[in-house]
Design a protein around this ligand. Structure first.
Ligand code: ACM
Ligand code: ZN
Length: 745
């Protein structure tokens, strides 16, 4: 009989239990601004009251920004502020003699007037967004309200980096114009300035082309496993609307056209640009991964095709930069294509990496001839970097470092901190916030080439808008602060508290933000001396005010494991469920906390927690990275343990993980030996896996040896596949063997 325990961790935040009535205005204004501003002064005296008659004063050089502010007020109130050239209580000014970068601004609020001053129009827009954040929650509601008060203050602010972006992949899953607008507006609100729009992929092409209409008519749709058709695309009109919407907020949309790889969708519609030629039968990809169909580098018409598409894109997107991808292009087709091989011979290229470099350089010179600049993923460094290219570093920081050292601009978006498709286990809010785009090893001179960073939102596992919202928010806000505010001014705890105050506004904007972190974890402390396992749960909220309760009893919580069962933990925040319910299955058995003596070594990458992993009662889940699986690379497992005294046992069993995509295979055999003295051993049984090495997917196989035996010592010999089999793409590599527990009943 398995028991279920339910533990509730209630986490109360001092700062957000806002029991007072909503204040008339935000007296502690700096507590509401994200990103944190560079310079803030609270001014004494009465608040500014925005009344029905309050006017906006703006010169002709910032009329568009004045209209933006007017719209904002109209949208959220019953007011329709007049815009006037020489009179007005809310004054918009462009002041090009202001110190600092382009987006520098000041915001001054006095009882009788507000002055928003930007070094440029973009700076002015950032000032308006600060003002927007200072409006009380009720202002942001959909209902139109009356009378706004704003605290008197002075802000002088400017960004640390000039490139502050979000990548949105609208290909793996399609997000329509309205969702993209919502994100452009969020970028503006948090003073980001780039939407990197990933428009082409193996799984779908996402914009209209006049020159090659099959791209939007056919390549925009894929056939799903269940036979349904999935897809969509932006018409030119949609894209123009997005560009205008972004321009009004001084956000640049940088379109990404992937080449030479991630292009299977395009090649399904126009196979003549693949290495296989016009008759090739290529489909829009309907699963995730990296695909070998890429543009043929030996075929001049591939380049003409891409140039024609780029021309259509440049007609719509005025951005100085065009992103051309360049990542993850398998060279298999090029290696086997006569045209590609001829190109290499003709151009004196030593290998396919140099052919990729040739490809990118050719595209770059085309873009440069049109007055545009190229950005590519860090693979564009391989085989030689194009002369003026900017590198977006994603496989760590190294690509950005190499670019900066060769005096090329770099944008940092390493998988370690900036991949918002990763779960909170890997990248939580604190992790994003800890990011520094400037690598310590660069000289002061080289550091200048790091122009900023991006958070990357790939959408393989993001099927809908609610998912998207919960992955992006609030981690994007953390990156916004990292990229805007200097490290000396940043403090996670302070940011966290400000973020709590932004949630009502995000709710008003229809943003289904997600949790900041995995709130709690289950632990199992193994005591080898007493042969007991103590299990319990603790929160992960080190940085934040917190209280932990269980059954209304406050404090740390746990118990000695005495029976098998499943422990479930649900964290609460402000009395609402927070994060997913965490579940852990425990097995109570005779080998608990009996120290295994290893004759083979487990991998440092998959320790399962170390020497206690196999005797802590915790069973592994279908996520092989859950920390419960102990991995052995390319070798058998051999170990023994002492039960402490002669005992009668009925069975010995273990779970094994199988997932051949990740080179993890069930064992060939599972042998159990018994001994009274730990010296002479007797085989008591053997078991074989039912799962075949070729079996796809993720599986757990339970292998068991049943035998009623009197024994003190138990030995396991688990035979590994050793090497990845010949039929596998990684043939010959060391095969993994993953085990979670030695269960002795
Ligand atoms: C990437 O994540 N493949 C750039
Ligand atoms: Zn080719």
């Amino acid at each position: 009989m398995k028991k279920a325990f339910l533990l509730i961790l209630a986490i109360a935040f001092a700062a957000c239990s806002d029991e007072d009535a909503v204040p008339e205005y935000r007296a502690d204004a700096d507590q509401y601004l994200i990103p944190k501003v560079q310079h803030f002064e609270s001014r004494s005296g009465a608040a500014f009251i925005w009344k029905a008659k309050t006017r906006i004063q703006a010169d002709s050089n910032c009329l568009a920004e004045a209209q933006y502010l007017q719209d904002l007020i109209k949208q959220h109130s019953t007011f329709e502020p007049e815009i006037h050239a020489s009179k007005g209580e809310v004054q918009l000014v462009i002041s090009d003699e202001m110190e600092g970068p382009e987006e520098a601004y000041t915001l001054e609020i006095e009882a009788a007037k507000i002055v928003l001053k930007g070094k440029t129009k973009a700076g002015l827009m950032r000032a308006i967004q600060s003002l927007r954040q200072l409006m009380v929650d009720a202002f942001h509601d959909a209902d139109k309200r009356e009378a706004w008060a704003l605290p008197t203050l002075y802000i002088a602010d400017a960004p640390r980096f000039k490139h502050r972006g979000l990548l949105l992949d609208v290909c793996r899953h399609y997000f329509d114009k309205d969702v993209v607008k919502k994100y452009i507006d969020l970028l503006a609100l948090y003073k980001m300035n780039v939407l990197h729009l990933h428009l082409t992929e193996d799984q779908g092409w996402r914009f209209e082309s006049e020159a090659f209409p099959k791209l939007h008519q056919e390549a925009a749709y894929r056939r799903e496993e269940d036979g349904s058709r999935y897809g969509g695309y932006f018409s030119k009109q949609d894209l123009r609307e997005l560009v205008a919407f972004a321009e009004a907020r001084h956000i640049t949309i940088i379109p990404e056209l992937e080449l030479p790889g991630h292009s299977q969708a395009a090649l399904s519609a126009y196979p003549q640009f693949s290495c296989l030629g016009a008759d090739a039968n290529i489909e829009v990809a309907n699963d995730w991964g990296v695909f070998k169909e890429i543009y043929c580098a030996g075929n001049d018409s591939s380049f003409l095709f891409l140039e024609s598409i780029l021309e259509e894109l440049m007609e719509i997107f005025p951005s100085e930069y065009i992103h051309i991808g360049g990542d993850e292009a398998p060279k298999f087709r090029w290696e086997h294509c006569a045209k590609c091989q001829k190109r290499m011979a003709d151009e004196g290229l030593a290998n396919e990496h140099e052919l990729q470099s040739y490809f990118i350089k050719r595209i770059e010179s085309y873009l440069n001839s049109k007055g545009r600049k190229l950005i590519g993923w860090d693979e564009i460094l391989e085989g030689g970097l194009s002369p003026n290219a900017t590198v977006q570093s994603w496989r760590g920081m190294e690509g950005g470092i190499a670019a900066a050292r060769s005096q090329h601009q770099a944008i940092m978006s390493p998988t370690s901190h900036c991949y918002l498709d990763y779960g909170l286990h890997q990248i939580d809010l604190k992790k994003v916030y800890s990011f520094d785009p400037i690598p310590a090893e660069l000289s002061e001179q080289e550091q200048k080439f790091i122009i900023g960073g991006e958070c990357n939102m790939w959408t393989e596992h993001v099927p809908n808008e609610a998912n998207l919202d919960s992955k992006v928010n609030p981690r994007m806000q953390a990156l916004a602060e990292v990229l805007w505010t200097y490290p000396q001014k940043r403090d996670f705890r302070d940011f966290f508290q400000r973020m709590q105050k932004h949630y009502p506004m995000l709710e008003s904007l229809g943003v289904a933000y997600g949790p900041e972190m995995i709130p709690a974890e289950i632990y199992a402390d193994v005591n080898f001396d007493s042969a007991e396992v103590f299990i319990g749960s603790k929160t992960n909220f080190e940085a934040i005010d917190q209280e932990v309760y269980w059954n209304e009893k406050k404090g740390p919580w746990g118990f000695v494991l005495k029976e098998s069962g499943t422990l479930k933990v649900q964290a609460l925040k402000n009395e609402q469920p927070y994060g997913d319910t965490i579940e852990q299955e425990f097995e109570f058995h005779k080998a608990l906390a009996r120290k295994p003596q290893y004759q083979s070594e487990y991998s440092q990458w998959y320790t399962g927690g170390g020497a206690a992993a196999l005797v802590n009662g915790r069973l592994g889940s279908l996520n092989f990275r859950d920390g419960q699986w102990q991995g052995f690379s390319g070798q058998d497992i051999e170990l023994w343990l002492d039960l402490g005294e002669l005992k009668e046992i009925n069975s010995v069993s273990s779970n094994f993980y199988h997932y051949n995509n990740a080179w993890i295979f069930v064992p060939r055999s599972y042998k159990v030996y018994a001994s009274q003295d730990g010296k002479s051993w007797r085989l008591i049984g053997e078991s074989q896996a039912q799962i075949q090495a070729k079996q796809r997917g993720q599986h757990i196989e339970h292998l068991e040896v049943k035998s009623k035996t009197q024994t003190r010592f138990i030995k396991l010999v688990v035979e590994s596949q050793g090497r990845v089999p010949d039929w596998h793409e990684a043939a010959g590599a060391e095969a993994w063997l993953f085990m979670d527990e030695i269960i002795v009943q």
